[in-house]
Design a protein around this ligand. Structure first.
Ligand SMILES: *Cc1c(COP(=O)(O)O)cnc(C)c1O
Length: 226
């Protein structure tokens, strides 16, 4: 399967769910996660018309960005971000999907002159293997972030457990959607929280059904080379 064919299949699935749910397909943004592929394959994704690329390591993002100089890419940092690496990457990202602690917010605030769009990462299923705040920690965290004028809370991000249990996955995504509504009810200027970053290769259809606005797809879109 070529990247173009994968993109068409994924786009058809998104369009079908949007028809069923009365959603506008344009409201679902496809991020190609390029962490498992070469610079050249990332370039093919961009040439296939994908506007959003995601990387989970600072080095990987910087290398791909340099390789793709001149291409109009929107860059997403989707991995755990070490505080000491913020200064290297902050001028090169459009969105950070992994804001999960105040020390990271403090460092972002210190290292940039721009407003950075961030997603708060939520560990909805409270898995030990995953980063992110628990659901109950999120509202107090959002409240504290009003002190940080360089940070805009664009939305919430989660990773569902790797499981065959579709109802568990759906429950994780719908919990994130409910949490988004709770934040939006507060009407905070710093936290419009209009976006939901959820859904990967195995579960993006469920995520779009439950309201995802950014889906992050690696393996089933650009493949896995290493
Ligand atoms: C790797 C990764 C993805 C993409 O995973 P696939 O299963 O290959 O689609 C999405 N989100 C995050 C945070 C990742 O680390």
């Amino acid at each position: 399967m070529t990247i173009q064919e994968n993109k068409e299949r994924i786009t058809e699935n998104i369009n079908r769910v949007c028809r069923e749910k009365n959603r506008e397909p344009k409201g679902v943004n496809l991020i190609a996660v390029t962490k498992y592929v070469s610079n050249e394959t990332a370039k093919q994704a961009v040439q296939a018309g994908i506007e959003h690329l995601g990387e989970n390591r600072v080095e990987g993002l910087l290398e791909k960005k340099e390789y793709l100089t001149g291409f109009p890419v929107i860059w997403h940092f989707i991995g755990t971000l070490q505080t000491r690496k913020v200064k290297e990457v902050i001028d090169h990202v459009d969105y950070i999907h992994s804001l999960d602690r105040l020390s990271l917010a403090k460092e972002i605030q210190k290292r940039t002159e721009r407003t950075i769009s961030c997603f708060i990462q939520v560990n909805v299923a409270e898995e030990d293997s995953k980063h992110g705040l628990s659901v109950k920690e999120v509202l107090p965290f959002v409240d504290k972030l009003k002190e940080y004028d360089k940070i805009k809370i664009a939305g919430l991000m989660t990773m569902a457990p790797f499981t065959e249990d579709e109802s568990l996955i759906r429950n994780v995504f719908s919990t994130l959607k409910q949490l988004q509504a709770d934040i939006q009810d507060k009407g905070y200027p710093h936290a419009p929280c209009s976006e939901l970053s959820m859904g990967m290769s195995n579960d993006y259809v469920i995520a779009v059904e439950e309201g995802a606005t950014f889906i992050r797809i690696g393996t089933s879109l650009v493949g896995k080379e290493f």
